[in-house]
Structure formats: C-alpha cells, structure tokens
Design a protein around this ligand. Structure first.
Ligand code: ADP
Length: 229
C-alpha cells in the first residue's frame, strides 16, 4: 500500500450539550492508504453515517484530528471545505439523488459545472463516464426512464467524472435487488482501478462487505474490529 490518504486520530463527534450530550463517535482512530478499499460495517446507530459526514467535511469533528493527504481538515474554513469536496471527493448515496428533470448526461455533468469546465468538455467527460459504467446508450434518458440499477450507475458516473481521490458511499446498493446489488458493487469497486480512487462504503450486507480488502467494524461510536480480507 502507498502513503496514507487519510488519518483519523481519536476523533469524537458529540451531538447536544450537557446532560443531553451524545457521542456518536467516541475516539475513532484509523488510517486509509491511497487506493485502499474499505467497507464500514456495524449496527444501525453505531456512527457510520456520522463518520462519512466528517470524512466528507459536511460536518466537523468535536475533538481529535482528521488529516487528508497530511492536511488538517478540521482547520479548513467553509470555502476550503467546499473546494475539497469539489476537487477530491465523490459521493454515492443509497437513494441515488439524481435530478429528475435532467438527463443522465446532465446529472453526470453536475460536478464539472461546479469546477467551471466548459460545456463541450463537460459533455465529453460525462459521456466517457457513462461509457465506463456501461450506459453509453442512455445518456439522454431521464432517471424515470431508467431502472434502479441503471440510476445508481448514473450516480456512480457522477461520482467519478471529476476524478476524485476519495469516493464515499452510504449503502450504495441498499435500494437494489440482490442481482443488481452485486453488479453495482462490482462496478463501484472497479473505480479503484479505473479512476485510481480510494473507496470507503457503508454496507449492512456481509457478502458485499467481504468484497472490500478491509472491513472496519463499528459499535457504539468506536472501531471494534479492523479485518483484512
Ligand atoms: P449509523 O450510520 O451507523 O446508523 P449514525 O452515524 O447515523 O449511525 O448515528 C450514530 C448515532 O448518533 C445515533 O445514535 C444517532 O441517533 C445519533 N445522531 C446522528 N446524527 C445526529 C444529530 N444530528 N443529532 C443528534 N444525534 C444524532
């Protein structure tokens, strides 16, 4: 494995204050290397989504340190956090979060719009990303004209189009049937090779978790297991 892409040291996240304070993360430490693939597993309420929010800089930690490529992320101002998300991060959601009125290609172009890539280049890169996820013929379809598996493929194309370093996914196959789950997960995992990205995904499915090279087990806001294989 290469140099660490990210390092968490004793990270806590507390919601509320005083007697009502609740530690959703309670001293989490781990490193993830460049191009590693990690499944986050654990019961509901164990802190997995809270962790994704912190890794994506949508939320800030209460104490501890989060370094990304050696840089202290907790020190970034909101503008730099937004730039981090635009340039270095891709995200895949359980419920796809596609814009219903836009075509597949326009959905995939969205991250490039924020990066001010010009129109022709946006279209070209979006078609390339759709090709990579096996949807070259569907560029001008709207989400309602696509199956669940195809919608998530569009969302994966959107997550990879700006070539991020890190791609996070929160139960990316949670809304799909078994067959589509397997296919979409294989596609997601191929981004490590095709995009050179580091992948972290939450799943409740043991079989899908086993497809990652490493499983981090969460319980009560802590890492209780870190298994390879
Ligand atoms: P998981 O993703 O593993 O199901 P979460 O990270 O969503 O777990 O939640 C961890 C714990 O933190 C849960 O007990 C949840 O109720 C609590 N929690 C999450 N977000 C908030 C919030 N905004 N305010 C208060 N408590 C929260």
């Amino acid at each position: 494995m290469g140099a660490p892409l990210l390092q968490l040291t004793n990270v806590t996240k507390t919601y509320g204050a005083g007697a009502a304070a609740f530690a959703a993360l309670n001293g989490v430490s781990f490193e993830v290397a460049e191009r590693e693939v990690v499944a986050l597993v654990g019961p509901s309420g164990s802190g997995k989504s809270t962790l994704l929010n912190i890794l994506s800089c949508l939320d800030q930690l209460s104490s501890g340190a989060y370094l990304f490529q050696g840089q202290d992320m907790s020190a970034l101002d909101p503008r730099r956090r937004a730039l981090f998300r635009r340039h270095l991060l891709g995200f895949v959601f359980q419920d796809f979060k596609l814009l219903a009125r836009m075509t597949a290609a326009k959905n995939v172009e969205m991250p490039l719009l924020y990066l001010r890539v010009d129109r022709g280049e946006r279209r070209r890169l979006a078609l390339q990303a759709l090709d990579l996820v096996g949807l070259s013929g569907k560029a001008d379809r709207r989400p309602a004209e696509l199956s669940g598996g195809q919608r998530q493929r569009v969302a994966i194309a959107r997550a990879l189009v700006a070539r991020p370093k890190l791609i996070l996914a929160d139960e990316p196959t949670g809304n799909l049937d078994r067959h589509n789950s397997q296919e979409v997960m294989e596609l997601f995992l191929s981004l490590r090779r095709d995009v050179g990205a580091t992948l972290l995904y939450v799943t409740h499915d043991e079989h899908l978790a086993a497809m990652a090279g490493r499983q981090l087990h969460f319980e009560d806001g802590r890492v209780v297991g870190d298994d390879a294989g």
